[in-house]
Structures are given as C-alpha cells and as structure tokens.
Write a protein that binds this ligand. Sequence first.
Ligand code: COA
Ligand code: AMP
Length: 655
Amino acid sequence: MGPCLCTPRTLISIKGAAMSRYHDIYRHAIDRPESFWAEQSHRIPWITPPKSILDYDEQGHARWFSDGEMNTCHAALDYHVEQGRGQQAAVLWDSPVTGQRRRLSYRELRDEVAVFAGALAGLGVGKGDRVVIYMPMVPEALVAMYACARLGAIHSVVFGGFAPHELAMRIDDAEPKVIIAASCGIEVDRVIPYKPMLDEALAQSRHQPEGCVILQRDQTVAELGARDHDWASLVAQAEPADCVPVKATDPLYILYTSGTTGKPKGVVRDNGGHAVALHYSMDVIYDMAPGEVFFSASDVGWVVGHSYIVYAPLLRGCTTVVYEGKPVRTPDAGAFWRVIAEYGVKTFFTAPTAFRAIKKEDPDAKWLEKYDISCLKSLFLAGERLDPPTYHWLNDLLKIPVIDHWWQTETGWPIASNLQGLAPMPSKAGSATFPVPGFNVQVLGRDGEPVAAGQEGSVVIREPMPPGCLVGIWGDPARFQHAYMSAFPGCYLTGDGGHFDEDGYLFIMGRTDDVINVAGHRLSTGVMEEVLGGHPAVAECAVIGIHDALKGQVPVGLVIPKDDFDGDEPALEEALVALVREQIGGIASLKQVLVVNRLPKTRSGKILRKLLRTIADGKEFAIPSTIDDPTSLQEVHDLMCDRDLGLAAQAKPQD
Ligand code: COA
Ligand code: AMP
C-alpha cells in the first residue's frame, strides 16, 4: 500500500486537527503539485519569477521553475541584508579543536563572499565552471561555497576525511577550473595536513585545475607551489563581485555519494527548486522562523552540511552554528549541550551515532546538568535509523520532541519526518513518521505492487519528485536512469527497505543494496572491495557491513589469497586494513580483514554477501538451494565466531 495516512483507517486511528491539516496539505502536494509548489515558490526572491512551475526533461524527470531566474547567494545573503538583517548573526563558528570562535553577521558574510567571488572571477571562474572545495568546518568553507553560487559556478565539496585517491576520482569527474583547500583539518588529537593530500590527489588525477586557492591556518602553514594562491593575499587584491542571475534549473552543486560501484555518483542539485524546498523545510519540518538559531552538527562535506549548515538556515534568515569538533573528546561529552546553551539554539540536528558516543561516555547525562538548554525546542536525527534505545534515552532525558527523519544525498531534504512547523504528531520509536508533502512514498513488493501495512518492501518515491531532489548524475545521464529509475517504472528507487504500519507511520529498516552506514556516513562496500581486490596477494574478496554498537555498522573484509601466496596471513590482514585507510581514508573505518579459504557462492559464482551479512548480524539464516558448497559457509561462520566478529556467534541455520 502507499502512504497509509491517506486511508480512512489512519484518519480514524490518529484523530485531531494536526492530522487533518497534514492530510489536506499532503494530498494537495501529491494531487496538484504545480499549484502546491507555485504557492511555495513565493518564499524566495526571484530575479524573474517562474511562469512554468513543472515540466519534464527528455528522460521524463521533473524540472521545477524552469523559466525562473534567481541566484542562491542573493536569496540567502544579499536579500536578507536588503531586508534589514545586516546586523544579525548569519554564522556562529565554534571550534573547540582550535579554541577559536567567530561571529559573522549577514552583512559581513555577504561582503566576504562578494570579495572572494571577485577573487575567483579573477582566476577565470564563471558561470557553469566547476570548483572543488576540500575544507574542514571553517567559515571560509561557507564563504567559498556561496562565492561559487554568487558567480553561477558549480561547487563540489569533498569531505576532508577522504584520502587523495578518492579526491582524485572526484577531480577527474568534476573537472574543476579551480580547487579551494585549507592547509589542514583538525581531528581530536591531531592536525591533518590537507595540502599534501591535495598535491597527491593532483599527482594521481588526469584533470588538472588552472589554480588552487589555499587557506593557511595557524596550525599548519602549507608550502605553496606555482599554481597555488594564498587565500588572504588573493582576497586582499580582489574587488567584490555581484550576483550572477542563473536559471532555476542551472546546477548549484555536485555532491559525490557512494553507489554500489566503485565510482561515486555525482549528485547534481539545481538552484531554484533547491532554494524553495529548503526554505519550505525550515518552516514546516524544523519550525524555524527568521532570526532563530539552528545547529546542525555535521560536516560541509556531507549533504546534511550542504543543506542544513550552509544553505537552508540562511535562505530562511536564521543563524547557523558551524561547529568544528566532535560530540565527545573535544573536550568532553558536554560539548553539544554547551553549544546549544551558549548560542540559544532552538533546533538541533545530528546523527544518532553522535548521541550513542555521548551516551557511552556519559550514560547518566551528568554533563547536561551544567547547562541550561531550555532554548532547545526539538531535536532531529538522521543519517541512519534512530535506534529505539537511543530514542528512548533522549526522549526521557530532554522531554522535547525527538524526531527521526529520513533522507538521502539524492533528495537533499527530508522524505519523511514529523512536521514540527505544520502538524506535530506523536513520535513512534524506530519510525521516521510520515512522508513530507511533495514525496509520494510507496512501499513496493518484488512484483512492483504496493504491499500491505506491516509488510517490508522497497521504499520508492513515485514521480514527480518534489523540488530540491537530484536532477541528474554529473556527466552520466544514463546512470540516473539505470541506478534509480529502472527497477520500478515511474518510481525513484531509494535503495532503502521498510514498511508502513497500520497508522501510516513509515519505518526505514536499512539498505537493500551494498551501501552501508558507518557513523552516519554513507560508504560503498564496492569501493572497499576494489581496494582489497587491487592488492597483488588477493584473489577474491567481499566486504560486508556488520552491526556496531557505536557506529551502527562497520565494514569487515573477507579475502581469499592467491594460490601462490605463502606470506604471513596476519601481516596480509594488517596490510589490507592499512591499504583501505590510505586509499579511501580513515572514515572508511575498516579495522578488520579476515583471510578465508573459501567464500560461500552460488553455483554461478556469485558471492552470497547478503547471507554473510545475515550471519555477521547474528540472525537466523537459511542455506540457499543455489549454494555451491555449503561447507564454505560453515567455515566462514566458524572463523567469524573465532574472531568475535559482530554477532556471528548468535547466528543459527534455520531448521
Ligand atoms: N579529516 C580527516 N580524518 C577524519 C575526518 C576528517 N574530516 N573525519 C573523520 N576522520 C577520521 C577520524 O579521525 C577517525 O580516524 P581514526 O581511525 O584514526 O580514529 C576515522 O576518520 C573515522 O572517523 P569517525 O567514523 O568519525 O570515528 P570517530 O571515532 O572519530 O568518531 C563519532 C565517532 C560517532 C563521534 C563521529 O563519527 C561523529 O561525530 N559522527 C557524527 C556523524 C555525522 O555528523 N554524520 C553526518 C550525517 S548527519
Ligand atoms: P546519505 O545519502 O549519506 O544521507 O545517506 C542516506 C542513507 O542513510 C539512506 O538511504 C538511509 O539508508 C540512511 N538514512 C538516513 N536517514 C535515515 C533515517 N532517519 N532512518 C533510516 N535510515 C536513514
């Protein structure tokens, strides 16, 4: 079945004004999307307001506001200065790892962005050019992103935790004219020089940019080469640049995300639909009014950072907190409470794993007693399912709405949530509540038909997708079609499995593909398999995600050495762990590789990865009739138990 909330049964079981308001608005958005989004389009300042609200590209995908013209930087900065918000804080930077803080008003941020845009223009960056940004959580990362938006250039931010090889792949795909980086990032206990990683990436990449701009930080001063420009010197000579009008459908950014293959997917986001959708979400989902403070503890390298640190809060005229630190150890488990109290945060957003880390260090929330967080009205969590124990811990502790909401890099904003600004509902542990207006969410069985309430299936979004969702895969239109649209005609495949319950609440239970979620970060096991498989001693391998109490999931590698391998197995395992760290980055969190003699396979030679996952997660498993050699399964299971891997010891074959 589709969203059960449309059924009479739901209306009977969850009564009240909020439910009926939600129902009416949801139906309007699904049944008459043009009229719904035409109304919402008035939320942002247009240079040329759109007459065409919804049309379709050659492949039949929605294009929103296609004849409208605007500029995202203008809508988020200049417009608010013009409206009298010049003195209000736009950015509050709090960096426990450096001991620094900074407040930038809307006017200051607008001026810094305009000058940096002028500097980029001086390097030849213009409309449609790509700019790769490789920076930690510093205000200059936002300045760089907005400066690109101001010029109509397309930014592509690469998360600082990715190693040179991953950066190189993104450089080759996006082909940037300029790369902007910081001299270093700072982790809990160490400074990580970024410039050598950038140099190494450029040594590996086919594409070479015309120039690099380096922000020198006090903690590490990078050596600059012939094509490198020092950020401060460049800015000192630059003139401010004006906003360049772009079409609503012109790309604002490319953000790479893990797919099931080794090559990351460059999700392309447009300007107009994105701005309208984010503005709408700040209001109806997060209940944020202009002037209020929003804190999203993520990183500018992820979609959460793009949408809810950089763009949405400022499009809405709010203040955004930019936090360079961790939930724990910078310096303690009270860090988030401190930030919330000090800056008067109304809505806080992070990943459940962050709170699992806090709970582990401070199970009785003693740190919370030190701070007055009465300003906090709701807590939103995403990036992975909010596991019921963490939900209950937070709910009992905070006594404010604790909201699990579900979304992905591709959608750019939440697909399902409890709508705090529109129709707050009672939450249910483990559920992301209801589909957000605009997202026609359905749960389908293998036959493509909606399944009954309570039954698991593939979660899809029926077209048209609302504004703000991906408009394509950079440089590879066929991949959009193939990766997302081919499984069920007319539907976008989210890659997640789940179900609606009898009351219409949506439960997202996990990926149905080879993507894993590690500490709220989305990673591809395929990429890790490519790295392991590239080692000269490895004949075959499989990487699976297994349950982890802190990070939700962690990857584990299973490798079969080549017949002529006569080296030391523990040494090979260690070398492979190091190789993944070097090639992908520490963020991959691959700490265990097991050498095995055989892997369970089907008779046609396909590794039974799903079965391996089931065993590592300690679940009951059925031995498939297609298995080539059942003893291989027993062997792997025994080894997993010996190594105390995941919950394998609890796994049992079905009778
Ligand atoms: N640059 C360089 N290295 C980085 C990095 C960065 N920007 N971010 C992480 N790393 C490194 C870490 O230092 C760590 O290295 P280590 O193996 O030497 O310890 C490794 O990559 C893994 O990082 P992470 O998975 O973050 O583990 P952690 O133990 O450092 O922290 C948490 C665990 C739960 C505290 C942390 O992951 C967290 O705060 N998660 C919140 C997730 C989040 O914001 N998700 C975004 C979606 S909302
Ligand atoms: P990313 O693209 O990195 O944001 O990761 C998106 C994936 O994270 C989704 O496809 C889900 O698998 C998972 N995810 C994000 N939020 C949730 C949530 N609230 N509940 C369950 N899974 C989630």
